[in-house]
Design a protein around this ligand. Structure first.
Ligand SMILES: [Zn+2]
Length: 156
């Protein structure tokens, strides 16, 4: 039922990845997390604030299609940080070859910048930031800072 209007909205791709059900407004953050910028060579289609029916409720979502690139499990899981309901379809020769859900990772290395400017991960040390994902928020393994809000803006 959902597929029809989407098919019209963004043309099908031959090979690549479709990230669907991204939280409305988060598509550009997803691209940034994947290291995709206007300067990289992927062919992209982006739709934002698309009307979507989920559980009988009308809502908005973003969709991203990336041609000629399959996302790794790690990349997929990073998306969960900002969009836990996202779904990922790997497309090969116009057919959905694989569907992946996102899972919130337990540990995040080099993904989040610690908010504590005195944290060793913010010094010029050759270490990656390290966070544990807990109920309370993201817990820095170096300095015990817990990030609870606006996680998006702390993504490296
Ligand atoms: Zn820290």
């Amino acid at each position: 039922m959902e597929d029809k209007p989407q098919g019209l909205l963004i043309s099908p791709i031959k090979d690549g990845t479709v990230i669907d059900h991204i939280r409305a407004g988060a598509a550009l953050t997803v691209l940034r997390m994947l290291g995709i910028t206007g300067q990289t060579e992927e062919e992209l289609s982006i739709a934002t604030n698309v009307t979507s029916m989920t559980c009988g409720q009308e809502g908005k979502k973003d969709i991203v299609k990336v041609s000629n690139r399959e996302l790794s499990k790690e990349e997929v899981d990073r998306i969960a940080l900002i969009s836990p309901k996202a779904t990922i379809n790997i497309i090969r020769d116009y057919i959905v070859a694989e569907k992946k859900g996102v899972e919130t990772p337990k540990l995040l290395y080099g993904i989040i910048k610690c908010t504590n400017s005195g944290c060793i991960s913010n010094a010029n040390e050759p270490i990656k930031s390290a966070f544990e994902v807990t109920e309370a928020g993201l817990h820095c393994l170096y300095c015990d800072t817990v990030i609870t809000t606006d996680i998006e803006s702390h993504i490296i």
